[in-house]
Design a protein around this ligand. Structure first.
Ligand SMILES: Cc1ncc(C[n+]2csc(CCOP(=O)(O)OP(=O)(O)O)c2C)c(N)n1
Ligand SMILES: [Mg+2]
Length: 790
């Protein structure tokens, strides 16, 4: 016999796991067709490669993958069969579905990297998977960041003590991606960046020749991603990638390939690409359609022939010389295990639902109302009922009982009140940090000034703040285009690379999406990165990653993961179409889950940086493009003072009109307010300072109670962020009842801002326009006192 006893045992255990995982896929599909789950996407056809990969995934390593990886997650023991089914059913419980507590569709894996208090666990003792997302290739930017963290831990000697986060940077960041998804821009961007950075990133491409129905020739140059990327292959004289190819059904080949890949990646910190070809997808893409529609008979026959489990079985019998009966017995046992897990998971999922159903049905039964009894009958008859069926029945009954002052009515109300609380927790908690380090709980230290406080350019205030931060916390790092050598285009980091080294303050390529991903991945691993997007106008390149990955990370894992990343950028008015943008509505509406801070000057910005450095929430901080050379008084406690989030600043008091604004507009509004004062109109100007969160203590409402008139002003398009502010103040703060005049919004034009001073003046709100619109409000009150201007 060629194989040792221990080896045979290992091979058979691998085979058993593959069969169990395949059975889970087959059962999963049936559950969807029986209406017990809404959608299913499975890892069938990809089992053996994932088992091989799991053999080199060590404690302390990280994964960023996609929806086919169930077998890998089983193999590293970070997913049980029951948890797998729990997610399929959308079981809203962290114990049942630790990846997402029922918030994510099946096949989206994640480990719990935070403890119950929201603190990072000792990641070096865990096998870690970052939280999957559905957009294809969107795991790539984060993957780069997780690999980058290993490089920093290995190369920066002052990080050696963080043994809870890294063991000398030995951790590999494992990525997986489908063949078709490698066509995405962010795949190429991340691959290029990994080659440049030389980070321990091992990307496996599960190549089954299709992306849903579309065959390879539509996706990839030369129909092969390893051929297309051959130029990335490192040589003796040039750094690059190690590119390996292997067949998805070749058990021994896969194991050998991954052993080789691991050694290069872990020891040398060289990025490795493992292109796993000739994979299959026995059940087709997902439960949404059948692959017989688009695969030829020949292809289907080829797939049956090359099924990785079938091939492994043949190999075990022919080469390992295990008796077919023994293999049959293993298969049988594995299938039974999957079936039992399904059974248990379903029972557990239905437990709370059935329990609530029983409570409601008992309450309804006690009423003597025919219609209510019908509602009860309907509820009991519902097949595969879920929580919403219970709530709907209870609300329906409550409507029917509205005129009756009965015991049952109050029981229903009490059940519904409790259910609302539970469902809020189930489906709407953890958008932001709920830990002691929440940005909303940071201790507030006011700026301190003395006779010695100097007046300096705004950029120098920022520079001093970053200097103090880098000095204080070795996990704070900053990177972006031109951030390193010249200290950013406005010199906020001037001289800081020289002082703290290239590993702390670093230039990057022009690649906004992966700059953000680099930040997300590093933040997940315990760093406190400042990822810089040079201009707000180029933020859009990173918006998808921010929206789909960072903004929902804490939410989609129900508090299982966090990435306290600061995205630093600069925006609002300056020059022309692409250096003067203020698309704040777009940002607000796509980034709930990230705090959006819009300081009017660099002192306020520094205060917000200081707050965020001490919190575990992510934030975007938008500095004013035209503020770096304005003079400001530098606080003496530049590294210590903090500014609270959600607390507007009243920058001018007044009695006639409340003007709500932020950022660079503050100066325009103040200029108009000075002029209006001369005409006897008194404006109260409020800088909201942070848009998310927005005016937590209703400072604006108090102002409107006094002035009874309100104006919202910014540089965004009409109906953009001003509409957001209007909704907050009028609806949420109920300010409408104190208004004596129509609320007014003053915004930029609908088009992008034109170039030069005149372009700016006629595209963005200007002081004259502000003056005239506010004057018109007062003219309506007292036309005699305020005669027509024209
Ligand atoms: C950005 C984006 N576009 C489209 C989709 C819809 N979609 C989901 S999977 C998929 C095909 C992916 O194929 P491949 O990368 O080869 O992975 P496979 O499913 O074959 O393993 C598509 C188009 C998506 N999820 N995200
Ligand atoms: Mg594919």
């Amino acid at each position: 016999m060629k194989f040792s006893r221990a080896k045979v045992k290992e091979i058979l255990a691998d085979f058993r796991l593959a069969v169990e995982s395949r059975e889970a896929s087959l059962i999963g599909r049936k559950e969807v067709f029986m209406g017990k789950a809404k959608f299913g996407i499975f890892g069938d056809g990809k089992e053996i490669a994932q088992i091989a990969m799991s053999k080199v995934f060590r404690i302390g390593d990280f994964r960023a993958g996609y929806y086919r990886d169930q077998t890998f997650m089983f193999a590293i023991k970070e997913l049980t069969m029951e948890q797998y089914f729990a997610q399929l059913y959308a079981h809203p419980d962290v114990e049942a579905d630790p990846a997402s507590a029922g918030r994510q569709m099946n096949g989206h894996y994640a480990t719990r990297m935070l403890d119950d208090q929201g603190k990072l666990k000792t990641l070096t003792e865990l096998k870690n998977s970052s939280g999957d997302i559905s957009p294809t290739a969107a795991q790539m930017p984060r993957l780069l960041g997780m690999a980058y963290a290993s490089k920093l831990f290995r190369q920066n000697p002052s990080l050696k003590n963080f043994t809870n986060l890294s063991i000398n940077g030995n951790e590999i960041a494992f990525g997986t991606i489908g063949n078709a998804s490698t066509s995405e821009g962010m795949f190429f961007e991340a691959i290029n960046a990994a080659g440049v950075l030389q980070v321990p990133m091992m990307i496996s491409i599960w190549d089954d020749d299709y992306g849903i129905s579309v065959p390879q020739e539509y996706h990839t140059t030369k129909s092969s991603i390893s051929k297309a990327l051959a130029g990335f292959q490192r040589t003796d004289s040039e750094k690059g990638f190690e590119i390996l190819t292997v067949k998805g059904w070749d058990y021994q080949g896969l194991i050998d390939t991954y052993l080789k890949a691991e050694k290069i990646c872990r020891e040398e910190h060289v990025p490795v690409m493992v292109h796993v070809e000739e994979m299959t997808q026995p059940q087709g893409h997902s439960t949404s359609g059948s692959h017989e529609r688009y695969k030829s008979k020949e292809r289907l026959a080829w797939e049956a022939e090359h099924d990785c489990i079938r091939k492994l079985r043949e190999w075990i019998i022919n080469e390992v010389l295990v008796l077919p009966e023994e293999v049959d017995a293993i298969e049988k046992e594995a299938r039974q295990a999957a079936r039992q897990a399904r059974e248990n998971a379903w029972k557990s999922f239905m437990k709370d639902i059935k329990n609530d159903q029983r409570i409601i049905s008992e309450i309804l039964q006690r009423t003597d109302d025919e219609e209510v009894l019908k509602v009860r009958q309907e509820l009991i008859k519902t097949i595969n009922s879920v929580h919403l069926d219970n709530v709907k029945a209870a609300k329906k009954a409550l409507r029917l009982l509205r005129n009756k002052d009965t015991e049952e009515r109050s029981q229903l109300i009490s059940w519904l009140t409790n259910a609302a609380m539970i469902n809020q927790q189930r489906y709407s908690s953890h958008l932001y940090s709920e830990s002691d380090e929440s940005a909303l709980k940071v201790e507030i230290v006011p700026p301190a000034y003395s006779d010695n406080s100097t007046i300096v350019d705004g950029r120098e205030v920022l520079r001093a703040c970053f200097d103090a931060a880098l000095q204080r916390d070795p996990l704070i790092i900053a990177f972006g285009e031109d951030v390193g050598k010249i200290g950013d285009v406005n010199q906020g980091f001037a001289g800081l690379q020289e002082k703290y080294g290239e590993l702390r303050v670093t230039d990057t390529g022009i690649r906004e999406c992966t700059i953000v991903g680099q930040g997300i991945g590093a933040a997940l691993r315990g760093f406190r990165p400042i990822a810089e997007i040079q201009y707000l106008d180029y933020f859009i390149y990173a918006l998808q990653t921010l929206s789909d990955d960072l903004a929902c990370l804490h939410y989609r894992t129900k508090g299982g993961q966090k990435a306290p990343l600061i995205i630093r950028t600069r925006g609002h008015r300056l020059e022309g179409v692409w250096h003067a943008g203020s698309p704040i509505g777009m940002i607000l509406h796509s980034l709930r889950g990230i705090y959006i801070l819009v300081p009017r000057n660099m002192t306020q910005a520094a205060g917000f940086y200081n707050t965020m450095f001490r919190s575990d929430d992510p934030a975007v901080i938008i500095e004013c493009l035209n503020g770096y050379r304005m003079k400001e008084q530098k606080p003496d406690n530049i590294g210590e003072f903090t500014i609270p989030l959600g607390v507007p600043d009243i920058i001018r008091t007044g009695t006639d009109v409340t003007v709500v604004t932020y950022g660079a507009m503050c100066r325009i509004v103040m200029e108009a307010a000075e002029e209006l004062e001369k005409a006897g109109i008194s404006c109260e100007v409020i800088d909201v300072q942070t848009l998310l969160p927005f005016d937590i203590h209703h400072v604006i409402l108090d102002s409107v109670k006094k002035t009874n008139r309100v104006v919202f002003a910014d540089e965004d398009v009409p109906g953009g962020a001003t509409a957001f502010m209007l909704q907050k103040v009028l609806e949420e703060q109920h300010a409408y009842q104190y208004l004596d005049a129509e609320p007014v919004t003053i915004t930029g034009k609908e088009h992008r801002p034109a170039y030069a001073s005149d372009g700016d003046y006629f595209s963005k709100p200007n002081p004259e326009e502000m003056y005239e619109k506010i004057y018109a409000i007062m003219r309506e009150v007292d036309p005699e006192h305020y005669p027509s201007l024209y």
